[in-house]
Design a protein around this ligand. Structure first.
Ligand SMILES: Cn1cncc1C[C@H](NC(=O)CCN)C(=O)O
Ligand SMILES: [Zn+2]
Ligand SMILES: [Zn+2]
Length: 502
């Protein structure tokens, strides 16, 4: 039998040709998937969301995989009623002991989208304009999930051996914070026991250049509540004689960070990993156009003037954002209310080597200290609502080497090694819980507009992304084979040594 690499070159060409020839079918599949409004945040779409997960399960079944739909129980809504969570998909295709096992994690739920929000086309109808496929979920995350499936399909259609064993974990509540996913991982240890690598494709490139992601920031999300009493009051009648909760809260929120973005919580930067000279050099070579990024963002100026500082502050320094105030008057018009209870919402993006319990303690101490100086009789409550840790991978691991080679073969360039400032909590959870090697392989473009109006993926990224996954399987199999040979010969050496010793 020929070793895998001997026929890899010709095989790759066949795969690419098939993918190019079937690109309209692949676009049609994306149309069918985007047509299902699988918005996980709005209970009115729950039936559609469940249907979307079932469609995905069916699609994975047609690959010949064993598919399990795991019941995720009930979701309790704000009003106290309960509705069914969509099930999660665990699937498996192939279990040869001599092959690497790769598990793909993705989601088929989407962010909300309404035409009135400013969409130029109907969000649930894939519309192709100038080579871009517009639609909610096109890039986040239906396009990448389908690209992965089509990559597998291609091997099957050409009657080629799939070079790796495949597993899937696909969920339907990623956009609402993946409730229950950690329990699912803990409850299915045996499913992950033979997994070697976990692949996530749920972010985008940084520029026009292909990229691999080796880190994400975590997030510590806080509520700070100030309560003056049980009911709202008229500011004409009571203004001037009471301690207003909103005044306290605004003061507290203002104490968190200065206008230059520097966090003012004492001790918060103490654990942040120092920037080494070696790391510092990494940022110089990355393809990143500040002006273009500014245009995409539609702001006038950034807090920093150099590419290096901008990248570092997106990826490797913490940042504090104030998101909103629950209970505050936020409508149009001129309501003259004094709100009684207001809840400020802010979060601090986490970077190596920050520790969530330490951050929680520092934030609470700071807010209590500031509040004490206000001499306010109001009630203060601070709570940590989300504590997601940052994730950083080793870029020398085999899955990165394989992906780099695969990118060179599909795009003819060496990818930028990038991080992502936003958080995929599951990345770190996977790494900690399963001890498996995680990689993020984005296929979407920098301007895809995840979560935004007019989300899209370009036809080219979608199709080249399919090729990338197909080629990744081959490269990973080669490396895995080499690694196994090495570890086998090591084992022979060790047993020889043991024999010679006895
Ligand atoms: C809900 N949430 C609260 N804290 C963190 C999150 C996750 C959210 N994740 C994404 O957007 C995925 C990006 N590809 C984020 O980073 O804000
Ligand atoms: Zn996503
Ligand atoms: Zn998303």
């Amino acid at each position: 039998m020929l070793p895998l690499h001997a026929n890899a070159a010709t095989k790759l060409e066949d795969l690419f040709q098939h993918i190019d020839a079937h690109q309209d079918d692949f676009v049609q599949s994306l149309k069918d998937w985007v047509a299902v409004p699988s918005d996980s945040s709005d209970p009115r779409f729950r039936e559609q969301l469940i249907r979307m997960v079932q469609m995905t399960a069916e699609r994975i079944r047609t690959l010949g995989a064993t598919v399990q739909l795991v019941d995720m129980g009930l979701e309790t809504l704000h009003g106290g009623q309960t509705i069914q969570f969509p099930p999660a998909i665990l699937a498996q295709l192939g279990n040869s002991t001599d092959k690497a096992t790769v598990c793909f994690y993705g989601h088929v739920d989407v962010q909300p989208a309404k035409k009135e929000d400013g969409w130029k086309t109907d969000p649930y109808t894939i519309t192709e304009i100038n080579g871009n496929l517009y639609g909610r979920g096109a890039t986040d995350n239906k396009g990448p999930v389908l690209a992965w499936i089509h990559a597998i399909d291609t091997y099957i259609a050409l009657q080629k051996t799939i070079p790796v064993n495949l597993k899937f974990i696909i969920e339907g509540v990623e956009e609402t914070g993946s409730p229950g996913l950690e329990e699912l991982l803990k409850g299915h240890e045996e499913f992950f026991s033979d997994v070697d690598y976990i692949v996530i494709s749920d972010n985008v490139w940084l520029s026009r250049k292909p990229a691999l992601t080796y880190g994400t920031r975590g997030n510590a999300y806080f509520f700070v509540e100030v309560e003056s009493g049980k009911k709202d009051l008229h500011s004409g009648t009571f203004g001037g004689i009471i301690h207003e909760s909103m005044r306290d809260l605004v003061y507290l929120l203002a104490s968190l960070a200065d206008t230059a973005g520097h966090i003012l919580i004492p001790g918060i930067y103490d654990d942040v990993a120092p920037l080494t000279e070696e790391e510092s050099k990494l940022y110089e070579s990355i393809d990143f156009d500040m002006e273009e990024h500014k245009n995409n963002t539609e702001v006038n100026t950034f807090l920093y003037n150099t590419k290096e500082e901008i990248l570092q502050h997106m990826w490797r320094y913490p940042s504090l954002s104030i998101h909103g105030i629950e209970g505050a008057f936020a409508g149009v018009g001129t309501k003259t209310v004094i709100p009684s209870k207001v809840i400020g919402k802010f979060s601090i993006r986490q970077v190596p080597n920050m520790k969530i319990p330490v951050v929680e303690k520092l934030v609470k101490k700071h807010l209590e200290d500031v509040f004490a100086k206000l001499n306010s009789p109001n009630k203060l409550k601070v709570s940590l609502e989300i504590g997601a840790m940052p994730w950083v991978a080793n870029v020398d691991d085999p899955q990165y080497e394989a992906a780099r080679t695969a990118i060179r073969k599909v795009f003819g360039v060496t990818p930028d090694m990038i991080r992502d400032g936003s958080t995929i909590p599951l990345a770190r959870t996977f790494q900690d819980l399963t001890k498996k090697k995680v990689i993020m392989i984005p296929i979407g473009g920098a301007d895809d507009g995840e979560h935004s109006q007019n989300e899209k993926i370009s036809r080219s990224n979608y199709i080249q992304g399919t090729k990338l996954f197909a080629s990744f399987f081959l490269e990973l199999a080669k490396l895995h084979e080499d690694l196994q040979k090495k570890s086998n010969s090591n084992q022979v050496k060790i047993s020889q040594r043991i024999r010679s010793q006895t």
